[in-house]
Design a protein around this ligand. Structure first.
Ligand code: PEP
Ligand code: MG
Length: 578
């Protein structure tokens, strides 16, 4: 039995059999290259070859002492194959001859080489085909960037627990169509999008486990404890029995919470709290109604743009949004315009300097910057949102705004989108406009931001990342990711107080809103609207109805005056015990 500690993502406990996720390049892009761009394309290929070589060399130098001796020889063989003209030079000739992209040229060359290997008489040499394919796969992955996707076995068992080194948000959305008991990953932080999806899918999951993938064999029994962030490999009978008990206790607590569905989220002193849901698609609306949420505080619309070859056009987007609006039956829908870049990069996205190729993608072309760089795409989305607003209350929210100049630009686009629809004779509705406050510069200038919008929503996931300079997805620094850090609390206090003073609506839609450890803190700071994944909503409601905001507010001075991060947790614990 082996016990590994990671970060709890999706709550609950899963017991099942391991399925190791093997990555493959699912689809190779194919397009023509103009004569004047051929040299750039070849340079891209050469860079990918260099990256692949570097990766293999690093792998060879990091082989553990107890690893089989042939491992080093295998990697050397891969390096040799990579250096051979058939892989490093001939695809370039194909690019020049056929005016096609490097990935497709590599595919053509791979098919040729495969045929040659198959025709070999010597069995040993014939078997080297597999090595060649592995090298090509790595090379293709480096060419394509992060947009390689998960290839899940269609015949997964019912009690499957996926074990992956790494899962992208795009991978995780596939789980919606699969029956998966739980998943674990070697990489990832508590508020990475992979973790957020694990939570919203309500699948027990633990991430940031380090080396789990290497320690587990296919079909081995594992326990995923998504409450404490633990993975147990080959549990003994005693542990298994203990976990079955915990699983029952967790389910019975969920049943208790379910009784709160129709209870109003009103505090002991009569403050009415609005509890909204974060969703990704129309399928999530059922769970939203099941949780008794008051509406949608955050639709992460970018998920509609992932895992496909082309972006959705206006009509498809209109159908997608209006389907959700109708299903919400009068409850409000907040549509966040696409927040792509960093870890969410659609494969069709061919903008110059693809965001994930940047050295610091989180500081690069992402969120609203990306939408401004792609005005046609942005306006198309705006038109679809405006049209969907005919069917019910819709709010449009812009992500990652750093300063008011970006907001003003959004408003110009919105006016243009309205004009465009009028000229086409299309009917459209009214929308409230708002933005996320998730960059410290926007937080510190929030009173000016509020002049341009009807509402704001605090994205604590990014606000914490940028305030503390801690990558939200990097498990090696996750111990520094502190939502209760005094700097974060001060920013939250400032934003909420300013919005309340001006009389504009403010919510939190980051993970903090769905974490019961912070419910009382946020109530005390004056927050009255929380938006979270529906799986956490009833637990938050349970805290709300047992809280007194006046009492909490009187405790805030101590907390907001504190400047010592080491004291923050203690102060929070005391507050939660009030
Ligand atoms: C946030 O940053 O808190 C947020 C809600 O947006 P996302 O997690 O999608 O970046
Ligand atoms: Mg964000």
């Amino acid at each position: 039995m082996i016990v590994l500690h990671g970060v709890a993502a999706g709550k609950g406990i899963a017991v099942g059999r391991a399925h190791l996720v093997v990555r493959g390049v699912s689809e190779v892009p194919q397009h023509d290259i103009a004569e004047e761009d051929l040299a750039d394309e070849v340079e891209r290929f050469e860079t990918a070859v260099k990256t692949t070589r570097r990766q293999l060399e690093q792998l060879r130098s990091a082989i553990p002492e107890n690893a089989p001796t042939e491992l080093g020889a295998f990697i050397s063989l891969h390096l040799m194959l990579l250096a051979d003209v058939t892989l490093s030079r001939e695809p370039i000739d194909i690019v020049y001859e056929q005016h096609i992209n490097a990935e497709w040229a590599l595919k053509i060359q791979t098919d040729r080489l495969s045929e040659q290997f198959d025709a070999m008489e010597d069995e040993y040499l014939r078997e080297r085909k597999q090595d060649m394919l592995q090298v090509v796969e790595r090379l293709q992955r480096n060419l394509i960037g992060q947009s390689t996707e998960l290839n899940l076995d269609a015949n997964l068992l019912d009690d499957t627990i996926l074990i992956a080194h790494d899962l992208s948000p795009a991978d995780t959305v596939y789980f919606k169509d699969q029956r998966i008991e739980g998943f674990v990953t070697d990489t990832g932080g508590a508020v990475s999008h992979t973790a957020i999806l694990g939570r919203s899918l309500n699948i027990p999951s633990v991430i940031g486990l380090g080396n789990a993938r290497k320690l587990i064999s296919e079909h081995e029994w594992v326990i995923v404890d998504g409450i404490s962030g633990i993975l147990i490999i080959e549990p003994d009978d005693l542990i298994l029995a203990e976990y079955r008990k915990l699983q029952r206790a967790y389910r019975s607590r969920q049943r208790e919470l379910n009784k709160l569905k129709k209870t109003a989220a009103t505090t002991e002193d009569g403050e009415e709290i609005e509890l909204l849901a974060n969703i990704e698609s129309a399928e999530d609306v059922k769970a939203l109604h099941g949780s008794g949420a008051d509406g949608v505080g955050l639709l992460r619309s970018e998920y509609l743009f992932l895992n496909r070859d082309n972006p959705p056009d206006e009509e498809e987007q209109y159908q997608f949004y209006s389907d959700i609006v109708k299903k919400l039956k009068g409850k409000p829908l907040t549509i966040r315009t696409i927040d792509l870049g960093v870890d969410k990069n659609p494969r069709w996205f061919g903008h110059n300097g693809t965001p994930n190729a940047a050295l610091n993608p989180a500081l690069g072309l992402t969120g609203i910057r990306l939408s401004h760089a792609e005005p046609v795409m942005f306006r198309t989305q705006m038109c679809a949102v405006l049209r969907a607003a005919v069917h019910g209350p819709v709010r449009m929210m812009w992500p990652m705004v750093a300063s008011v100049s970006e907001l003003k630009q959004c408003i110009v686009h919105l006016e243009a989108a309205r004009r465009q629809l009028s000229e086409r004779g299309e009917t459209f509705g009214d929308v409230e406009i708002g933005c996320m406050i998730e960059i410290p510069s926007a937080a510190l200038t929030v009173s000016t931001v509020l002049k341009y919008v009807d509402f704001i929503s605090i994205g604590t996931n990014d606000l914490i990342q940028y305030t503390l300079s801690v990558d939200r997805s990097d498990d090696s620094v996750s111990y520094l990711y502190q939502p209760a850090h005094p700097a974060v609390i001060r920013l939250l206090a400032h934003i909420i107080r300013t919005a309340n003073r001006i009389g504009k609506s403010v919510s939190v839609c980051g993970e903090m809103a769905g974490d019961t450890d912070y419910t009382r803190l946020l109530l005390g700071l004056g927050l009255r609207t929380f938006s979270m994944n529906t799986a956490n909503l009833l637990a938050v409601k349970d805290v709300v109805i047992h809280s007194n905001t006046e009492e909490l507010e009187s405790e805030m001075a101590k907390i907001t005056r504190n400047e010592d991060p080491d004291k923050a947790e203690g102060l929070l614990k005391k507050l939660n015990a009030v």
